[in-house]
Design a protein around this ligand. Structure first.
Ligand code: SF4
Length: 226
């Protein structure tokens, strides 16, 4: 933790603060029903200040081996993106990877998944091939310590993954997710989040589910609940 310059005690305190913020957001989701651009701009300005402290770089992909959860619209966006922008060869390749990875993770318990580095099928040459439409949980993930990410990847369970986060960025991720959750609830759509790879494989096998979701807003990924 030398690079972070903080003690284990402080890290635990930080984790507890995150948890407290999360519970507060969960308790009062309606608070974020009406968020104007004027309120959001100061948050994004602050993020610019913190950007220089981040160790995240293109080509670094340790975090793309975690389990990702996403809202239905995010999963549909990835499905449409690969169908609209990939060449037939790229599309076949990624479809194969998604289905193969889904069959691997579907046999794993939650504990096994957490302790195993399963590469996200959208990762190609250590870069996200669906970067412009990656889920919010990927976009908000970040690290102040490459060494910390390496240790986590190698199986260290010293502390949880959010400990190398910048509090303000973590909080803004929670706010964004709360806003998305509220908007989806408001439109009476399914606001659950699903395991990304299993749900994408489901869409690849049965694309008609997209039309069903658009028409009814009802859940379509019962096999990918988290
Ligand atoms: S969707 Fe992209 S950013 Fe997210 S885990 Fe997969 S490769 Fe990484």
């Amino acid at each position: 933790m030398a690079r972070l310059g903080i003690s284990q005690e402080k890290i635990q305190k930080k984790g507890a603060e995150f948890h407290k913020s999360y519970l507060a957001f969960q308790k009062d989701l309606s608070k974020y029903k009406k968020v104007s651009n004027a309120q959001l701009i100061p948050i994004t300005d602050q993020l610019e200040v913190y950007r220089s402290n981040l160790d995240c770089k293109p080509g670094c992909s340790y975090c793309c081996h975690y389990r990702v959860t996403a809202f239905t619209h995010e999963i549909v966006a990835i499905y449409l993106h690969i169908h609209n922008t990939f060449t037939p060869k790229q599309l076949n390749r990624i479809k194969e990877k998604i289905i193969k990875t889904a069959s691997t993770v579907s046999c794993m318990s939650e504990e096994e998944r957490i302790s195993t580095n399963v590469e996200c099928p959208m990762l190609i040459d250590d870069r996200c091939s669906t970067y412009s439409v990656r889920p919010m949980s990927c976009a908000g993930f970040h690290s102040t310590s490459l060494e910390f990410c390496k240790r986590q990847f190698q199986g260290s369970d010293e502390i949880n993954g959010a400990s190398a986060w910048i509090m303000k960025i973590g909080e803004s991720l929670l706010i964004e997710r709360s806003i998305a959750d509220n908007v989806i609830r408001h439109t009476k759509q399914d606001h659950s989040q699903y395991e990304l790879v299993t749900s994408l494989a489901t869409l690849l096998k049965k694309p008609s589910l997209i039309a069903k979701w658009r028409k009814t807003g009802k859940p379509i990924f019962s096999n990918a609940t988290v």
